[in-house]
Design a protein around this ligand. Structure first.
Ligand SMILES: [Fe+2]
Length: 266
């Protein structure tokens, strides 16, 4: 069954636009002078997005800024339709992958066949503040799910737009290419220190229990670290990594291995 497409006003001038899977939620913030979208969903979501914007009396060209929470296809695909009229911003580590069309990380061609190349205009850094008058958005670099993930913190209303970093009930979105479990752990430790009333995630329902959910996610990263440690202990890691290293053409053979190979030849 298809998810119901709709637009919901979460707070005055903050809307969540829900779309079909696999697209992410889109958040619209109507600022005092400028309108912002946080993520856009997949390219196929654009007609729906246009219709939902119309419900709040906006056209696509009324969007001034798009902030991408990270570089995954399901969050960025429809951004290309706004490129001529809105500025596109992402953390510099996500913007870099978007500019270079790093398909290994973005996965656009595989999952979003309508995707056109997306380009980034603004390379964000952590602690950048975007002041919309009625709301302020503080950029937090939150690597883990990928290296270029950000969360957006609204300090006056204690809201956290989390993208895929943490979902309601403390669900993690997994560690994908360019991500790291250890970075995820550090990110969640930082987020646990924030005073937050609501999590507005990229998928699923919003959370009204951020403290509990972030603690749960933090515990999950610890058990992921334990699992990966056990996995690598169980595997013959030396042989596995040696094969991997040898597949990188310019990687030199370890001296011991090189000597054995030469002995075998003679
Ligand atoms: Fe993602």
């Amino acid at each position: 069954m298809k998810a119901k497409k709709q637009i919901v006003e979460l707070r005055p001038d903050i809307y969540q636009i829900r779309v079909d899977r696999p697209g992410s939620h889109v958040y619209l913030i109507k600022g005092e002078a400028k309108n912002v979208l946080i993520d856009t969903g997949i390219a196929a979501n654009f007609p729906n997005l246009k219709d939902r914007l119309k419900e709040v009396k906006l056209q696509p060209e009324d969007i001034h800024l798009i902030i991408l929470t990270h570089e995954h296809f399901d969050h960025i695909g429809a951004s290309s339709f706004f490129f001529n009229t809105a500025a596109l911003a992402a953390h510099r580590l996500a913007a870099n992958k978007i500019q270079l069309q790093d398909e290994f990380v973005m996965m656009s061609k595989y999952f979003d066949r309508l995707a056109k190349p997306v380009r980034a205009d603004i390379y964000l850094e952590g602690d950048t503040m975007i002041d919309l008058g009625n709301y302020r958005l503080q950029i937090m670099h939150t690597p883990g799910h990928t290296s270029g993930c950000i969360c957006l913190y609204e300090p006056d209303h204690k809201l956290l737009f989390t993208g895929d970093t943490v979902l309601a009930d403390g669900i993690l979105s997994g560690v994908f290419a360019s991500g790291s479990i250890s970075d995820y752990h550090m990110t969640l430790q930082r987020l646990s220190g924030l005073r937050t009333e609501n999590l507005y995630p990229g998928h699923g329902r919003i959370s009204t229990s951020p403290e509990r959910d972030i603690q749960k996610a933090l515990e999950e990263t610890r058990s992921l670290l334990d699992d990966s440690r056990m996995l690598f202990e169980a595997l013959d890691t030396k042989a596995t990594f040696e094969r991997l290293f040898l597949s990188w053409r310019r990687f030199p053979l370890p001296p011991e291995k090189k000597r054995k190979d030469e002995d075998n030849k003679t």
